[in-house]
Design a protein around this ligand. Structure first.
Ligand code: 13P
Ligand code: SF4
Length: 371
């Protein structure tokens, strides 16, 4: 999806780091409790320094749902997170994304047209009433609305296990909510969670949206419990078993922590797998002196290293690159939206139309009440 960010005036792009910090501080003081700045863990330090709350995508969606005081929610993260915040905040609150081009390549791998087509295709061969659609938070609001309207639910990397358990649960009469789950857009989170729940490779199949019937045989479509959309995160897909092997040969006592968006062969070799919040907790709880190899976005890894001087925290990937879309949010864009608010201008407001928002809210609230 093409989203256009207005180029910022020179006044922002040419300002020094120190000048921007002063201006952001002044704007925040002027706005006081009218604004809350939310920062996802992958944000740059120059942005995170101004976050009133830091969190993973689940934690930040909870904050959005729970606080109704701030008139403006400046979301330092990516587009799907800001959309979810708009769906979950009260009507008088406005959500702003400092750079409109901060999207997510994984979220773009499933669009509403392809998901609707998949649903029709599936309905031709299987009992669609028994298929529960589950969308990862990393998806457009239209997909969240789709799952809300079809008895499904949203998950994040910190609650995918509880959500899939909910989707496939049986009631007191032994009737299951779903026999099958269509999980999009991240095949890796779906697969890793499936294995955690005791499913095997025979219970999972990859749905390729570019092929008829997802490229799957009719018997597979009828009998597979977890149909996993062929999507991935380009940042987490880079981590490999070889990187873990070389980290372990250099640091035999080292600890390996990875995000569940990594491939299953990577997750299998890790000591722990979890969301960004879970990775932070694991580093916190590791004994002093630990050497920890982490498979997630580099800004979080570097911050963990700086904030835990008694431990060594390194990326498992020697040629690591940041999440290029999270990286778009910088001090210049943050200053630009905050100073706009001081001047009475709401820049880069993210809104979800009410028809979409009402069903997306159903799916998000199901998640919040399930986990
Ligand atoms: P978290 O659910 O850990 O916040 O991860 C979000 C994300 O985009 C990871 O790539
Ligand atoms: Fe999307 Fe991956 Fe960036 Fe997360 S790290 S926002 S999934 S591209």
């Amino acid at each position: 999806m093409l989203r256009l960010q207005t180029p910022l005036p020179d006044d922002y792009t040419k300002a020094t780091t120190g000048q921007l910090a002063e201006r952001i501080g002044a704007a925040k003081r002027a706005l006081g409790s009218r604004v809350i700045v939310l920062g996802h863990h992958y944000q740059r330090d120059e942005v995170m320094a101004w976050a009133d709350v830091r969190g993973d995508s689940f934690g930040l969606s909870r904050i959005a749902a729970d606080q109704s005081d701030a008139e403006y929610v400046v979301f330092c993260g990516v587009h799907f997170m800001a959309e979810s915040a708009d769906v979950l905040t009260a009507a008088h609150q406005k959500v702003l994304l400092p750079d409109l081009n901060a999207g997510c390549s994984m979220a773009d791998m499933a669009d509403i047209g392809s998901v609707e087509d998949a649903w029709v295709d599936l309905g031709e061969v299987t009992d669609i009433e028994k298929v529960v659609p589950v969308t990862y938070m990393n998806s457009a609001a239209a997909l969240k609305a789709f799952v809300g309207a079809h008895g499904g639910i949203v998950c994040t990397s910190s609650n995918a296990r509880a959500v899939l358990t909910w989707a496939l649960a049986r009631d007191e009469f032994g009737r299951s909510r779903g026999h099958q789950v269509l999980f999009f857009p991240d095949q890796h989170l779906g697969r890793n969670t499936g294995y955690q729940l005791g499913y095997g490779p025979e219970d999972m199949a990859v749905w390729n949206p570019r092929l008829d019937h997802g490229g799957l045989e009719e018997t597979t479509l009828k009998n597979t419990t977890l149909l996993l959309w062929k999507g991935h995160c380009s940042v987490h897909q880079r981590f490999s078993p070889d990187q873990i092997a070389s980290f372990r040969s250099e640091h035999p006592q080292g600890i390996v922590l990875v995000h569940p968006e990594c491939a299953h062969e990577v997750v299998e070799l890790a000591d722990q797998v979890g969301s960004t919040d879970a990775i932070i907790r694991a580093v916190d709880e590791a004994p002093s002196g630990s050497v920890i190899g982490v498979g997630t976005e580099i800004h979080l890894v570097n911050r963990l290293d700086h904030e835990n001087p008694d431990k060594t925290v390194v990326s498992l990937d020697p040629l690591v690159c940041p999440c290029s879309t999270m990286f778009r949010i910088d001090a210049s864009h943050l200053a630009w939206v905050l100073e706009g608010l001081v001047d009475g201008q709401v820049r880069n407001r993210i809104t979800v139309d009410e028809a979409t928002a009402s069903w997306a809210r159903v799916a998000l609230q199901r998640m919040l009440s399930t986990t």
